[in-house]
Ligand binder design. Sequence first.
Ligand code: WT7
Length: 649
Amino acid sequence: MAEVYPVPARVRDGSPNPIVDVDRWREAYHRAEVDPDGFWLDWTRVNLHWHTVPTIACEGDFRTVKDEPIRWFADGEIDVTYNCVDRHAQATPDKVAILWEGDRPGETRRITYDELYEQVCRTANALEALGIKHGERVIIYMGMVPEAAIAMLACARLGAVHSVVFGGFSAESLRDRILDCHAELVITQDEALRGGKAIPLKKITDDAVAQAPCVKKVLVFRRTGTAIDFKAGRDHWWHEEIAKGAITRPAFPVAAEDPLFLLYTSGSTGKPKGIVHTRGGYLTYVAYTHRTVFDLRDDDVFACVADVGWITGHSYIVYGPLCNGTTTLMFESIPTHPDAGRYWDVVQRHKITVFYTAPTALRTLAAAGDEHVTPFDRSTLRVLGTVGEPINPEPWRWYYDVVGAGRCALVDTYWQTETGGIMISAIAPATPTKPGSATYPMPGIAPVLVDHEGRALRGPGDGHLCFSAPWPGIARTVWGEHDRYVGTFFSAYPGYYFTGDGCRRDRDGYYWITGRVDDVMNVSGHRMGTAEFESALVSVEEVAESGVVGFPHPIKGQGVYAYVVLQPGAVIGADFEQVLQAALRQHIGAHARLDLVQIVSGLPKTRSGKIMRRILRKVAEGEVGSLGDTSTLADPHVVDAIVAGRKTL
Ligand code: WT7
């Protein structure tokens, strides 16, 4: 039996949350189950400002999604930025909206809601002057500066569609994303700073844009002041452009189902997909989950230390917190810069109340030792959160006992880029927790575990995690590829949205995510497709073929294991591994790295030529005793050679 942690009294006491215990959760869950439309319409009407109040909630379902996309609140009109900025600039103008902690400890900026309003309006006016209109796509390729959030909001205010590309991606990845959505404007900065290192974002943008003729303008925010190439007519300085126009701008309500943003994410096959989120449903869902899960209070200082380049940054640094009028932290640095005490130094200096991070960071910090934590005052902390990958019980307990000193609720939040917001999680003041379990689904969320024959399991059991009913935050489509959306999420189990994750439900109805069951890896919380790795590796001249799989890694959660078959007669040097790493850096980005490389004479294949990835995975995981049936292989002997040459960390 896993141990159960009750909710600490100081989290439950004084909670403004309507859900303060498991019975209240059950009531809310039941209400959302029997009347999802009423549940969500009521919530959004009370908590969001609608210029035209919707009368319809959900339209469409998972059986007809091929022909009719899911829609929420479709007869409503909304301005996302009015909700995230204007109404708070009126009600609480002097409250800090964005609290920025720079790469260098103590380098901070505080932007109030009043100032944010002016910045968003100025920037929207500047983007309009640069030719951006309702519905057009804008790429945002920036580091963690407040201007990245301002750029997102400025796009939203114009009804334009932003696509943030994480600053670790290479010029090729950036180019592919620009071309896929046909963006005319790229917003970037001279350099990003991260852990004391400068990343030449403008230079990378230049390389990408050189191969993306659709881009007409590049807007450049000055972060470090380093000298950069400037292309007259195309490139514009952020500070010059925003100084030109008006400091206000009227709200611009648009249809609830207008796209708000695209976010590219890796799947098991092919190129990254441009996941599309729309306005009214997305904002409703992220605001609801942010308020409910973290048990938001008026004076909270909320710190989600993710990057805006990922969905976590969109939903829980920018849109959820700002919609709820929260003070939200933007953190430019990394957890180990200048040392492993950085997070807790930030907590102490900014009096953080809610802290949200990834298991991979916690594993790194736990290994560095408690002496980096205990000197700092963490008494303001009330809720601790994790996201991005399964958290094993050891770092969970370390986070709870050492960081939280046993006084904070710990919420393990399970969700995905495609779900928009948190799906399965403890609700801070309500849910007793078990280390390693994401606990219960949010109200309005209907998880189903299916077995390999596609049958829904009842009660405890292990299966593939699906959801049976739409929620407001679900991605509506893949940009320009609706068939791919349908194929990826709705074809494995007709009538269900399939997550790609395995999951166990215990006797108490608690959910335990066991990890991806498809060819997607989760490395340090970053989602990576094995197919993308393989295609980058075969671009290396000496490589004939490769098979890439994930394997358990003590810090990263999963590491990347590559089996590489050389071209006949190829001669490789001692730096061959660096050559492979360089190919990944070039084709994907700096965050794509191999942990183990094994040169093999052949890959295990069926007689029809299909790589048997199951075998590659088992060998990488060290489970060489349970390879299963290998008799259907074209050449069963390659397996013996692979096992004999297996690499370990
Ligand atoms: C995949 C989604 C959600 C924002 C960050 C990642 C894994 C996410 C958990 C969790 C176990 C988790 C899943 C999921 N995942 N949160 N709490 N416990 N696994 O977003 O890049 O879209 O990745 O991350 O495998 O499918 P993403």
